[in-house]
Design a protein around this ligand. Structure first.
Ligand code: URA
Length: 244
């Protein structure tokens, strides 16, 4: 049970003040009856709530797969910049957040949800969930880098050492500019850029392809998103998803 105004605000129908005013104006019905008191208690699981004839269905959790475009930041809100959550226009929930961060210039798979337990499981350093990226770099990537990354590289600055866990590098194209697929088990700040920096190369383009068992839908263009399918949700909530 919860207050009607709280329910409507949580489902993204408006701010708390706005939904209170909708209710007072008689724009909201509960099980076919118009109600005018914002504090009316409703059963969010069973009651049928309509706002101006439109059904406001309850969603406890929402899960979106976004192909993050370059130029937006991995945050929930920002005064100046567009955030990944701003891109999800049909959201019901107001408490969505991105699971982990991609740099502003990085593209690719980002899960947007309000499920904190799942987020913790995917991000916890103890769980070592695999994250695979497509990377274009300036420089010739060879077996040497493959071995270095597998052994772990020091991405620390100055005197402070910071070693990465073993990462798998698959060379797709080697030349003045090279293309690789790189799988890391952590999510340290600017990790992939710093790993290539550690071997004297610069990342030109970075795109996340997968996270645990969740793979970016190739049909999603940068900036596009969709709900996770039941199967994807089962896979991603599976305790052992991508673990070592
Ligand atoms: N590594 C980076 O350097 N940037 C990202 O956005 C993700 C991984």
């Amino acid at each position: 049970m919860m207050r009607l105004d709280k329910f409507l605000a949580k489902m993204g129908a408006g701010s708390r003040q706005e939904v209170k005013s909708y209710i007072r104006k008689g724009m909201v019905s509960v099980n076919g009856e118009t109600v005018s008191r914002p504090e009316t208690k409703i059963d969010e699981e069973k009651d049928e709530i309509f706002l101006q004839g439109k059904r406001i269905a309850y969603a406890a959790f929402e899960y979106y797969m976004l192909n993050k475009p370059a130029g937006v930041i991995s945050a929930t809100e920002d005064k100046k910049e567009t955030t990944v959550v701003d891109l999800i226009r049909e959201k019901k929930r107001k408490d969505l957040f991105p699971v982990g961060r991609l740099d502003k210039d990085t593209e690719g798979l980002l899960l947007i949800t309000n499920d904190g337990v799942l987020a913790h499981r995917l991000l916890s350093p103890n769980h070592h969930v695999d994250k695979t990226y497509f990377v274009r770099v300036h420089g010739r990537v060879t077996e040497e880098e493959e071995k270095s990354f597998l052994a772990g590289v020091n991405i620390g600055t100055g005197d402070e050492e910071e070693w990465t866990r073993p990462a798998r590098l698959e060379i797709l194209k080697s030349g003045e500019e090279s293309e690789v697929r790189l799988t890391i088990q952590e999510g340290k700040y600017h990790q992939i850029k710093r790993m290539f920096q550690a071997v004297g190369m610069e990342v030109l383009y970075l795109k996340r392809l997968s996270m645990g068992k969740l793979t970016l839908d190739p049909g999603l263009k940068p900036g596009e998103y969709r709900l996770l399918t039941e199967k994807e949700l089962c896979d991603v909530t599976d305790e052992n998803a991508g673990r070592h």
